[in-house]
Design a protein around this ligand. Structure first.
Ligand code: ATP
Length: 287
């Protein structure tokens, strides 16, 4: 293993007992210290399955999977001392308050954990510490989820769709919390459909499709390789405003249109990761 590899996956293959084909078809990737690594791809691509294997929640797989330098298989509880897991549907005690829930989880760890109040403050839930979790909104539950994942200051964070279903303001807050975790030196492995989160957070991403990784690189390199810039133009025609898109600012058809004097607005559109998503997976990212 390379010294700074926090996650190493070689030849990971998963088939669920009832399934006719592999959910993960033999993938390889590595995540190094301090990276925020994004696993992207359409529904059913195998992202959550990969996360479940990495976090010791799914044992029926073949291949080599190491987290923090040791195989995940047979690691048992020791794994959870060093990793933080935030998945979409967490189990809480609904009748207990946020503070009581986190206190209960703290008790599971041997390594020093933050006080519940501290973790709640980090995720912007200080005001709701004494509120029963049953009364939490979805956004609050997602924040609590994150608080639970970072409570014991783990070396690696595995987050599955941490901004799913959140309004833009809540999603931005959650992204900021993840950014701060990365800045504090934590390695983050993130599954998401949230392209702004990827743009803002990920140092590298892997796109999955049908259980395979079809592209891995920095968001910037992927945009350069697969995305395209374009020029969007609004112009007047027969008394109506029409729209057209051109591949470049020196496109002859665009220049001809400009020469007519009927062009009202011109915008260059940067290649977006959403374009890359479509190019490499053949699907549109979920909204
Ligand atoms: P999403 O974006 O919808 O979360 P995903 O990329 O995380 O999708 P997975 O949940 O890993 O995809 O699913 C990969 C494949 O494995 C899918 O075909 C799915 O139907 C199948 N699958 C997932 N969980 C099970 C299970 N418990 N039993 C059988 N098949 C499963």
């Amino acid at each position: 293993m390379m010294q700074d590899e926090v996650v190493r996956v070689e030849g990971l293959r998963v088939r669920y007992p009832t399934a006719a084909r592999d959910a993960v078809t033999g993938i390889d990737f590595a995540v190094t210290t301090g990276e925020v690594f994004g696993l992207l791809g359409p529904n059913g691509a195998g992202k959550s399955t990969t996360q479940r294997v990495l976090t010791g929640q799914h044992h029926r797989y073949s291949g080599d999977v190491e987290v923090l330098g040791q195989p995940v298989a047979g690691r048992g509880r020791a794994l959870y001392e060093n990793i933080g897991v935030g998945f979409e549907l967490p189990a809480y005690f609904p009748k207990l308050t946020a503070r009581e829930n986190l206190a209960a989880f703290t008790a599971l760890y041997r390594r020093p954990a933050d006080r519940p109040e501290q973790a709640l403050a980090t995720v912007g839930l200080a005001h709701a510490a004494d509120q029963r979790v049953a009364t939490f909104s979805k956004g609050m539950k997602m924040r609590l989820n994150l608080a639970r994942a970072i409570l014991h200051r783990p070396d690696v964070l595995f987050l599955d769709e941490p901004t799913s279903g959140l309004d833009p303001a809540n999603a931005a807050d959650v992204r900021a919390v993840i950014r701060a975790q990365a800045d504090a030196g934590r390695t983050v492995l993130l599954t998401t459909h949230d392209m702004p989160a990827v743009e803002e957070l990920c140092s590298r991403v892997a796109f999955m499709r049908d259980g395979a990784i079809v592209a891995t690189d920095t968001p910037r390199n992927l945009r350069l390789a697969h995305g395209h810039r374009s020029v969007a133009v609004e112009f007047a025609e027969a008394g109506q405003l029409r729209q057209a898109e051109f591949p470049a600012t020196d496109d002859p058809a665009l220049l001809a249109l400009l020469a007519t004097g009927r062009v009202r607005t011109v915008h260059t559109r940067e290649a977006a990761l959403a374009d890359v998503f479509i190019a490499v997976t053949g699907h549109r990212p979920a909204p």
